[in-house]
Write a protein that binds this ligand. Structure first.
Ligand SMILES: NC(=O)c1ccc[n+]([C@@H]2O[C@H](COP(=O)([O-])OP(=O)(O)OC[C@H]3O[C@@H](n4cnc5c(N)ncnc54)[C@H](O)[C@@H]3O)[C@@H](O)[C@H]2O)c1
Length: 254
């Protein structure tokens, strides 16, 4: 099959992360030029090196903090400096903070919104005028099954609030973008083994309770999410907008 993202330019945020790295490799394999960014410069560099080794074309801006509008604008400027066009924005970066409600301070709640929602808002805001001027653009946002359901063993009130917010934001971006030929969709991962989840997964009791929710009986891999995001970003999904694609081994289906 022909690569589905030939000649596309994509920004992938959080390129130093587990799903971000898998996505950079997958999007390059599908023919895209990737602009990566991460607040963690070292891991972002590792990703850029892996992509280069695999024969892909990637420019990486790191460290880059997207939780402030300035960081997002610098990223768009960096992309345009190198490639002159942006076709796709894949908002993958986020940092979750967990606490049971009874122990949660308002500060931690607000920090979660900043680190999981504001950074998506800033990146969309920075790229939007360009998408409108070009007359095309695709946004893939990362929500989560936590935006739809609760896990009994996850103290995720703020995280769930944030990811449900991403779903709402995505629908609005789709509605307001349609007249400009801008599509916006969300991918909602279930439990994926990544650097953000690996410490929790070392607890067999916790892992067992989480796995029991997965219809297909296995935890997700970063590549599972990258594949779904590549599809939503591609022209194969040209009649899909405002949608939420759970990639969760069936977690939300029972
Ligand atoms: N791992 C899971 O089980 C799971 C489940 C549902 C949703 N998700 C979502 O998938 C996405 C990727 O998560 P992951 O598990 O690969 O985590 P990860 O920690 O491996 O990757 C996230 C990356 O984003 C970067 N980042 C965080 N804040 C940033 C900022 N302000 N500016 C720039 N970069 C920033 C981090 O440095 C990190 O490299 C996140 O949106 C996460 O909420 C993950």
């Amino acid at each position: 099959m022909a690569p589905c993202l030939s000649n596309k330019v994509v920004i992938i945020t959080g390129s130093g992360g587990s799903i971000g790295r898998a996505a950079c490799l997958r999007f390059c394999q599908e023919g895209a030029t990737v602009i990566g960014c991460d607040i963690d410069g070292e891991r972002a560099d590792e990703t850029a090196a892996e992509v280069k080794m695999a024969g892909g074309l990637m420019y990486s801006m790191a460290p880059c903090d997207l939780s402030e509008p300035h960081g997002a604008q610098l990223l768009v400027d960096f992309a345009l400096h190198h490639v002159k066009r942006i076709d796709i924005l894949y908002n993958n970066a986020a940092l979750a903070h967990f606490s049971w409600f009874s122990d949660m301070s308002h500060d931690l709640f607000q920090k979660t919104i900043k680190d999981e929602v504001d950074l998506v808002f800033h990146a969309c805001k920075a790229v939007w005028p360009l998408f409108v001027a070009q007359g095309h653009g695709v946004i893939v946002n990362t929500a989560s099954v936590s935006g739809m359901i609760c896990y009994e063993v996850v103290p995720g009130l703020a995280h769930s609030t944030a990811k449900a917010g991403i779903l709402g934001m995505t629908r609005h971006l789709a509605m307001e973008g349609a007249k400009h030929n801008i599509r916006a969709n969300a991918v909602s991962p279930g439990l994926v083994e990544t650097q953000q989840s690996k410490a929790l997964m070392e607890d067999p009791e916790w892992r067992g309770r989480m796995e029991a929710k997965i219809m297909l009986g296995r935890v997700g891999r970063p590549q599972d999410i990258a594949a779904a995001a590549a599809f939503l970003a591609s022209d194969d999904a040209s009649w899909i907008t405002g949608a939420n694609l759970p990639v969760d081994g069936g977690t939300t289906a029972w």
